[in-house]
Design a protein around this ligand. Structure first.
Ligand code: NOJ
Length: 724
C-alpha cells in the first residue's frame, strides 16, 4: 500500500472538541452507531450520550469482518472529516488457526517459530479486519495460581524479552501500511503478574529494584522493538493504579525509555479508579488518567463524558489534548486507514487465508515444539505397531483444547487426541473413554470401571488429563492447582491396570503433579496446544515427532511453594542438605523440599544429549572485552533431535544480593544421531549488570560463574573475573 500523504495536522485543525475527544474514546460494538434504546447489557451502564457515539475513534473485540465492514461503511458515510474507526482485538495465540498458548511458546525456546506463528496470526487477523492487536502480554510471573500465566512466555525475564520483541516485530513488520501487518500493544504495564497470592487484579507492592530487575525488562524490550501501543495494567502498583501512576508512565516509560506511541487504558481501568478508592468522581478519574498520559480510554465513561468539559474548564490544556489526538491519527495514518479504511479485509479474503493446510502445519509444528516431556522411564515413544490403544480421561476425545482466549478459533476445528491417534494409526483399534470429569466440583466415579477395563485390554494407554481450558486466563485464578476433580484417583486405577501408560496433560499453567509423578512412568504436557493439538500429541506419543520443549515456568511440588522461581536471590541461611531432608534454622519447608517438581529449563527428549564440556576462551573480562563460551554437546542416541542449549550466569559477590543463577543466552539446535556440535555464546559486560541499592544499572568487579544444563541441574560451571 502507498504511504499515506494525509496531513494529520491540517485535519486536527479542522476538528471540533467533540471530534477530538472521540478519537480518544474506545467503545465496543454494542455501543457504536446505536441509539439509547438500542444500547443494552453492560454497555448500558456506561451511560454514554448517543450524540457522542458517532465520534468514537476505535472499537474492540468486534464480531467478524462483516461487522467491521458494516460499521466502517456507516461511519465513513456519516463522518464529516472522513476519519476511519480503528478496529482492535486480542489476538493472543492465533486468530482462526490457533497455535499453543504463549506459555507453551515460551517452552519451545524457539524465537523463529514464535515469529512464524505470529506472522500467521497477523495474516489471518488482518484479513478478518483487525488493525491493532492487544498483544504481546509480557507480564513477569512467579505464581502459577494466577490464571494469566498462560498469556506470557514464562518466569524468565530474558526469555520473555526475547519472545516479546519477536512478536512485536513479526506483528508490525517493517511497514505498518502493509495490510498484512498490524500494530502491536504490549501489556500490562506494569507488574500485573505480581498480583498478591496469584489472585487476578490483586494489589502489587514491589520495590523499584525488583521491578527494574525482573518485571520491566520484557516491556522495555518491546518498546525497544518499536511497539506502537502500551496498555497500563489494572493493578495498583505501590499504592497507585498504573493508569494514574505518573512515575511509571511519565518517568519510566516516556522519559527513560523514550516511548512516544499510543497509551491505551485496559478495559474500564479509568472507571476502576473509583473502585480503587483513588477518587469518588468519574470526571476526576478521567483527569488523573489523562495527566498520566493515557491517550485512549477503553470502555469507561471517563473520557467520553468528561474530557470535553475538562478541556473547556481549563483543567486539561487543549495542547495536551491535541498531542494525544495526533498520536491516534498518526497511528491511523501509518496503518493506511485514510487510503483504505478496511485495509483490504473481506469475508472472501478471510476465508481464503484462514485455517489453510499451511497454517495448520505451522500450528502442528508449534504444538510439537512446545510440548514438554516432563518424565519418561522408557514408556515413550509407544511402538507404532500397537493393535489396541486406550485413550482415557476427560481430554481423550474433547476438541476443547485450543486454550483460553483463542480469538475466533473454534473447538470444532481442533483435532482431539482421539482424532489425532486415529489419523496416525489407521489400522489400530483406538478407543476413547472419559473416565471422569475435569471440573473441580464433579466428583462422579461412575466412569472408572469402564476406564480400567479399557486400560487392561490395551497395548498402550494414554491418560489424557488436565484442567478445563477456561480454568486459566483472565479472572481465572486457582488456589489449588492440582488436577481438578477425581482425575488423580482415575490415574492411579488406570496405572495399576496397565503399566504401559503415559500421562498426556492439557494445562494453561504449571500444575502440582506430585502425586501423578509418583505413579506415572511418563508425563508429557501439551499445555493447550491449539487447532492441531491432537495430531501433534499423536506424533509425539508414537515417535513421529521428538519432544524438544523445556519448562518455561516452574511446576511446584506443592501450592504452598508459590511464588516459586528458579532465579531467586540467596538467603543468609540457604538449605545445605539433600532436598528431602528438613533442616531447622535454614530456609526450607517441613515435608516438602525447596525445589519445584520440574524446574525451569527442564525437558526430556527421545534423543540422549550429553553435555561434554563448557570452555571459556579467557577467565578475565573488562567492560570492553568479551568472553567466548563454547559448549560441546553430543547426541548420543540413534534419533535426530532438538535441544535447547542454555547459558546461566551467577554473580558471586555484589553490593546487593544476586540471584543464584540467571539465564543469559540460549539456542535451540538440531543434532543428528551421533552428532557432536560446539555451540558458542559471547558474554559482554552489559549481561553482568544489575540494579544496585539506588537503582543504578551497573556491574561490579569480581568473580562470576557460567554454567549450562538447566536451572536445578547446572553443569560444567566455570569461573571468570570482571576487572574494572
Ligand atoms: C482486559 C484484559 O486485561 C486485556 O488484556 C485485554 O486486552 C482487554 N481486556 C481487551 O479485551
Amino acid at each position: 500500500m502507498a504511504k499515506s500523504t494525509k496531513d494529520i495536522k491540517a485535519l486536527l485543525a479542522e476538528m471540533t472538541l467533540e471530534e477530538k475527544v472521540g478519537q480518544l474514546v474506545q467503545l465496543n460494538t454494542a455501543l457504536l452507531g446505536k441509539s439509547t434504546a438500542e444500547i443494552t447489557g453492560p454497555a448500558q451502564k456506561l451511560g454514554v450520550d448517543p450524540a457522542q457515539l458517532k465520534y468514537v475513534g476505535s472499537t474492540l473485540n468486534f464480531h467478524g469482518v462483516e461487522e467491521m465492514i458494516a460499521l466502517q461503511e456507516t461511519h465513513m458515510a456519516e463522518d464529516r472529516l472522513g476519519i476511519p474507526i480503528c478496529f482492535m482485538m486480542d489476538v493472543i495465540h492465533g486468530y482462526r488457526t490457533i497455535y499453543p498458548l504463549p506459555i507453551a511458546l515460551g517452552a519451545s525456546f524457539d524465537p523463529d517459530l514464535v515469529a512464524k506463528c505470529t506472522r500467521m496470526a497477523a495474516k489471518e487477523a488482518t484479513a478478518g479486519g483487525v488493525q491493532v492487536n492487544f498483544t504481546p502480554m509480557v507480564d513477569y510471573v512467579r505464581d502459577a495460581r494466577w490464571g494469566r500465566v498462560m498469556e506470557c512466555c514464562g518466569e524468565d525475564p530474558y526469555l520473555n524479552s526475547v519472545m516479546g520483541a519477536v512478536q512485536v516485530k513479526a506483528f508490525q513488520g517493517d511497514d505498518l501500511s502493509d495490510p498484512e501487518n498490524m500494530a502491536a500493544c504490549v501489556k500490562h504495564f506494569a507488574a500485573y503478574g505480581g498480583a498478591e497470592a496469584g489472585r487476578d487484579y490483586n494489589t502489587v507492592e514491589i520495590s523499584e529494584r525488583l521491578l527494574r530487575e525482573y518485571y520491566f525488562p520484557a516491556y522495555k524490550a518491546c518498546v525497544d522493538a518499536g511497539v506502537r501501543m502500551v496498555m497500563p495494567s489494572f493493578n495498583s502498583l505501590n499504592g497507585v493504579p498504573s493508569i494514574a501512576n505518573k512515575w511509571l508512565i511519565e518517568d519510566v516509560l516516556k522519559k527513560e525509555w523514550g516511548f512516544d506511541g499510543v497509551i491505551i487504558s485496559d478495559y474500564n481501568a479509568i472507571g476502576e479508579l473509583l473502585k480503587h478508592g483513588i477518587t469518588d468522581d468519574m470526571k476526576e478519574a478521567a483527569r488523573l488518567a489523562f495527566e498520566a498520559y493515557c491517550d485512549i480510554d477503553m470502555m469507561s465513561p471517563g473520557y467520553c463524558k468528561f474530557l470535553g468539559d475538562l478541556v473547556r474548564e481549563g483543567k486539561i490544556s487543549e495542547e495536551a489534548l491535541d498531542r494525544a489526538v495526533l498520536k491516534v491519527l498518526q497511528l491511523k495514518k501509518d496503518l493506511g486507514l485514510f487510503e483504505d479504511p478496511y485495509r483490504g479485509a473481506t469475508p472472501e479474503k478471510e476465508a481464503a487465508v484462514c485455517l489453510t493446510p499451511e497454517h495448520r502445519a505451522i500450528a502442528r509444528e508449534a504444538a510439537e515444539s512446545s510440548a514438554v516431556l516432563l518424565k519418561n522411564e522408557g514408556v515413550l515413544p509407544f511402538k507404532k505397531d500397537v493393535k489396541r490403544v486406550a485413550l482415557i480421561g476427560p481430554f481423550a476425545a474433547t476438541q476443547a483444547i485450543k486454550g483460553f482466549w483463542a480469538c475466533n478459533g473454534e473447538d470444532k476445528d481442533c483435532i482431539s487426541v482421539e482424532m489425532g491417534v486415529k489419523n496416525l494409526l489407521p489400522d489400530a483399534e483406538v478407543i476413547a473413554v472419559e473416565g471422569c470429569s475435569a471440573e473441580w466440583n464433579e466428583l462422579s466415579r461412575e466412569g472408572f470401571a469402564a476406564a480400567v477395563e479399557a486400560a487392561k485390554n490395551a497395548d498402550a494407554v494414554v491418560l489424557c488429563l488436565g484442567e478445563p481450558q477456561n480454568y486459566c486466563g483472565e479472572g481465572n485464578s486457582r488456589a489449588d492447582i492440582r488436577l481438578p476433580g477425581v482425575q488423580e484417583e482415575l490415574a492411579s486405577l488406570v496405572l495399576a491396570a496397565n503399566k504401559n501408560t503415559a500421562v498426556l496433560l492439557f494445562n494453561g499453567r504449571p500444575l502440582v503433579l506430585t502425586e501423578i509423578d509418583k505413579i506415572a512412568p511418563a508425563i508429557l504436557t501439551m499445555w493447550f496446544p491449539g487447532t492441531e493439538g491432537g495430531n501433534a500429541a499423536a506424533r509425539l506419543l508414537f515417535g513421529d515427532a521428538n519432544p524438544s520443549g523445556k519448562v518455561s515456568m516452574s511446576f511446584p511440588k506443592a501450592v504452598g511453594q508459590c511464588p516459586i522461581y528458579y532465579n531467586h536471590p540467596n538467603t543468609g541461611r540457604p538449605k545445605r542438605k539433600a532436598e528431602e531432608i528438613h533442616e531447622t534454622y535454614t530456609s526450607n519447608y517441613i515435608g516438602c523440599g525447596n525445589l519445584p517438581l520440574y524446574s525451569f529449563g527442564h525437558g526430556l527428549s527421545y534423543s540422549n544429549f550429553v553435555y561434554e564440556s563448557l570452555e571459556l576462551d579467557t577467565d578475565t573480562m573488562t567492560d570492553e572485552s568479551t568472553i567466548t563460551v563454547t559448549i560441546r554437546v553430543k547426541n548420543d542416541s540413534a534419533r535426530k533431535g532438538r535441544e535447547v542449549i542454555q547459558l546461566y550466569m551467577h554473580d558471586l559477590y555484589a553490593s546487593t544480593v544476586r540471584p543464584i543463577q540467571s539465564l543469559i543466552a540460549f539456542e535451540k539446535i538440531e543434532l543428528d544421531a551421533g552428532e557432536t556440535r560446539d555451540v558458542t555464546f559471547t558474554v559482554t559486560e552489559p549481561q553482568l549488570r544489575f540494579y544496585d541499592f539506588n537503582c543504578n544499572h551497573i556491574s561490579e568487579a569480581g568473580e562470576f560463574t557460567l554454567s549450562t544444563g538447566y536451572a536445578d541441574h547446572l553443569l560444567h560451571t566455570k569461573s571468570f573475573w570482571l576487572k574494572k
